[in-house]
Ligand binder design. Structure first.
Ligand code: GLC
Ligand code: GLC
Length: 829
């Protein structure tokens, strides 16, 4: 069952009922100001950091789930309704929500009155523009009123939802004309404020939430002022400040009126915080006056429909440009839709927000993850490489000089999060991968010389290359009894915690270490990760390639020897006959082996081991891939492990606490499905790669949206596995490494267009049934128009490759570097 459809021409997903199985959301903003917006206009806004600089409030674990946001209420002669149906939920005569690239349009119609609201955050602008077009489509004149509402968060979202004894007394506002300013704590310790305005005279307002609702017993579905068609002109004094505008409108038949609301954020320099005079008509209870110059300028920027149209055009142009860097035309519309539009769009969102703020991530829990953000870059780097570069430097600056990493950092402070700490064994490797991806995309070798400090030596002069060195050797220097990397607190799978042995409620599996390992430095020196071993052998060659390019032959050879040794150790101690084991636990027992009672096979190490060609000479790669197909493949994707754990295995940590089929205990973790898709494509099995791709790619699951539940235009992190009661049900949509990795899987492995240090590799691994496809790739200033022909209907194998008609050996298109368009023709066979 579907709840809408793709409008590919407009790059929109069109939702045609407000009753989606879960709120289906979109993200507005891609620089500093961000909003989440659901198909019923729920959500919230923040600046830079969803925890530390929250602008509007959101209630966690709420019932109903999607309640609170910015709403418009219309009172049309006693009938009260919202253009997005919620919160009043008056049945609408027409409803539609269009989620596009950085904007959302919600349309509602009731009793001949149509309200179309366009929400977007313009480029280089710290505010959300909401354009409301009201049209009287009836045959009679209509007089009605419209109320807006936004509830302020008192800036720190964590504090806002806990520290009521203080916060109920601090709220402050100012009102000037049609603009309501939120200035809580401004006088003392903050230099930022927010405002909500409309480009017309208003007929009343409210700034106190309980006054707007009329009673503390009312919810957003039942505001007294709206029902009574009478604002209370309340002035907030502590409690919960809000901003609501009241406007009366009369429209002749066929007539329209446009109102433009702006929810904005601004910062003032310390010496310009206050205005010297109190203007006539300003409503305030303070003896000081906010300097509003920035707000005035922001309001002026979008106070007419023409300016709004220009802002929206600019946003669309930006996106069209971003999406023209890589474009494909394959025989499958769903592939085209994912690659050309939605997967790339999601990559921008995950790049921006890591795992911080979604309808599954509260925005107060985590900042930017070290491993997460590095992986996000893999899918995003071609879009805006300069931003990827900046991010790489920020992330690397939180690294420690021994190669260890803070697992997370706050985007506002850019400091490592000491509560979570470090010692996640995989973290450093992802940085090698992301820096290499950046260089491969841009050819900017200069990044290696960039001055990047270490967290424990903030003033020292260090280069990015040093960060790569210590990252690589952090693995080499922390090996266990089998010569495999120590597992430490966790190793990508946050729920495999081999040093925990936790038996007390409330202990965090990621940060709690059993006292028995304290003396050993915090984690077991026996527990080893076969996954990190495989990730090391997959990632290592990029590091070697960098050293070779720099002419550091000795260091390259030394690093290569470590990779070779790791491959040997992995084959000797971690190959289980038909697949690779997952780990050795702290007792030195195998995890993820056929010897185990449950959890005999895990997905994570396999893909990277196959792509590293560990044991390829004895057929380990194909055996491994066949085992995955046999034990992990099911209708909705590949489960993470099998059989699911049915008991609590204290030696494994969090993983076995989940009911079978959910999350890391045999759920379909789409993120690592991508690694197998890559591996199948790498091994030349394009049909299998495509089968796995199409099981989890959202455009393919659209038809079963009732089962899948989450948005059909973006990946979720998880789908209920075959052991789950809710088999096939998605969770944790939007902020997942799946976005980047599946972009890599489809573009670089299946379609096979892959940046390398010395050119653009074109080596597809596609379904044999395809006659071929075409692609356009902008790369280092040139444009490549690529045509793939598959006359023999093979999966993989470049028979010939020409660039502008001239034959090229192998499958790497050399960098032309002339800024021109080049024709690349590849014949498979
Ligand atoms: C709050 C605090 C308390 C303090 C009082 C006065 O009630 O919990 O510790 O004494 O405020 O500041
Ligand atoms: C979540 C985390 C990611 C981790 C994964 C598996 O997606 O953000 O860092 O690798 O879960 O546990």
């Amino acid at each position: 069952m579907k709840f809408g459809y793709f409008d590919d021409l407009r790059k929109e997903y069109v939702i045609n009922t407000p009753r989606t199985p879960y709120p289906w959301i979109n993200y507005l903003g891609n620089q500093g100001f961000f909003s989440l917006i659901s198909n019923t206009a729920g959500g919230y806004s923040f600046y830079m950091d969803a925890r530390l600089r929250r602008i509007t409030r959101y209630r966690y674990n709420n019932v109903p789930l999607d309640m609170g946001g910015r709403y418009f209420y219309i009172n049309d002669n006693g009938t009260v309704w919202n253009p997005g149906w919620s919160p009043v939920k008056t049945e609408l005569d027409e409803y539609e929500c269009r989620h596009g690239m950085g904007y959302t349009i919600i349309k509602g119609k009731k009793n001949g009155l149509k309200a179309e609201v366009t929400f977007f955050v313009p480029q280089n602008y710290d505010g959300e523009v909401q354009q409301v077009v009201l049209t009287n489509e009836s045959t009679e004149a209509k007089s009605f009123s419209i109320f807006s509402i936004a509830e302020w968060c008192l800036w720190d979202a964590q504090d806002d939802c806990t520290n009521f004894q203080r916060n109920f007394s601090t709220g402050r506002v100012e009102i000037e004309g049609s603009t309501i300013y939120h200035v809580t704590e401004y006088r003392d310790r903050r230099n930022h404020y927010a405002f909500y305005t409309v480009n017309d005279e208003i007929d009343g307002y409210d700034t106190d939430r309980d006054a707007f609702l009329g009673s503390i017993y009312n919810g957003w579905d039942n505001p007294e002022t709206v029902k009574a068609d009478k604002p209370s002109n309340s002035f907030a004094d502590g409690w919960s400040p809000v901003a609501s505008h009241y406007k009366k409108v009369t429209l002749a038949p066929g007539e329209s009126k446009t109102l433009i609301y702006i929810l904005g954020y601004a910062e003032n320099p310390q010496d310009k915080k206050f205005a010297s005079e109190k203007p006539e008509g300003l409503l305030t209870r303070e003896t000081w006056v906010l300097n509003k110059e920035k707000a005035y300028a922001m309001i002026d920027k979008y106070n007419t429909p023409e300016k709004v149209a220009a802002g929206l055009d600019e946003l669309k142009t930006t996106w069209n440009k971003l999406l023209s860097i890589f474009k494909v035309d394959t025989p499958d519309d769903k592939v085209n839709r994912m690659v050309n539009i939605w997967n790339q769009y999601q990559c921008m969102v995950t790049f921006n927000l890591s795992r911080s703020a979604s309808y599954f991530e509260s925005g107060i829990g985590r900042g930017m993850g070290f491993r997460d953000s590095n992986q996000d870059i893999l899918g995003f780097v071609h879009q805006i490489p300069e931003r990827a570069r900046e991010r790489l430097i920020d992330i690397a600056s939180t690294q420690l000089s021994d190669g260890g990493c803070y697992h997370q950092y706050q985007p506002l402070t850019k400091k490592g999060n000491a509560d979570i700490g470090g010692d996640f064994s995989d973290d450093p490797l992802w940085m090698i991968l992301s820096v290499a991806a950046y260089i491969k995309e841009t050819g900017d070798w200069g990044i290696l010389d960039a001055n990047v400090p270490f967290d424990d030596d903030p003033d020292g002069k260090h280069t990015m290359l040093e960060h790569l060195d210590v990252s690589f050797y952090h693995i080499v220097n922390n090996l266990g009894p089998h010569g495999l990397p120590l597992a430490m607190r966790a190793d990508w799978n946050d729920c495999i915690n081999l040093s925990c042995f936790s038996d007390t409620p409330g202990e965090s599996f990621q940060t709690y270490t059993n006292p028995k390992f304290k003396a050993e430095g915090g984690y077991s020196k026996v527990a080893e990760s076969a996954f990190v071993a495989a990730l090391f052998t997959y990632t290592g060659p990029a590091y070697v390639g960098i050293l070779e390019h720099l002419g550091k032959a000795d260091e390259a050879a030394k690093a290569q020897a470590e990779i070779d040794k790791m491959k040997k150790n992995t084959m000797e101690s971690a190959f289980d006959g038909d697949w690779f084991i997952r780990a050795y636990d702290a007792n030195g027992e195998k995890m993820g082996s056929k010897e185990c009672e449950e959890g005999k096979i895990f997905i994570e190490p396999q893909g990277f081991a196959v792509m590293s060609e560990i044991g390829k000479d004895v057929g380990a790669d194909i055996k491994t891939l066949n085992s995955i197909d046999k034990y992990l493949n099911c209708e909705f994707g590949l489960v993470l492990n099998n059989p699911a754990y049915t008991k609590y295995y204290i030696q494994y940590g969090e993983i076995s606490t989940y009911p079978g089929g959910y999350k890391e205990n045999a759920g379909i973790f789409t993120h690592n499905n991508a690694w197998i898709i890559c591996a199948e494509a790498y091994a030349g099995r394009g049909d299998k790669a495509f089968e796995y791709y199409s099981k989890i790619a959202p455009a393919f699951t659209e038809e079963t949206s009732d089962i899948h539940k989450t948005e059909p235009y973006v990946y979720g992190q998880m789908i209920g596995g075959k052991d789950a009661k809710n088999f096939g049900q998605g969770k944790n949509s939007w902020l997942t490494g799946t976005a980047a990795w599946n972009m890599v899987a489809i573009s670089q492995y299946i379609l096979g267009v892959k940046p390398e240090f010395d050119g653009l590799r074109v080596d597809p691994s596609i379904p044999a049934a395809w006659d071929g496809f075409t692609a356009t790739r902008q790369f280092r200033g040139d444009t490549y128009e690529i045509t793939i022909k598959n006359p023999d209907h093979v999966n993989k194998g470049v028979k010939s490759l020409t660039v502008d008609g001239a034959a090229v050996d192998g499958c790497i298109v050399p960098v032309a570097g002339d800024g021109k368009t080049h024709k690349v023709e590849v014949v498979l066979g």
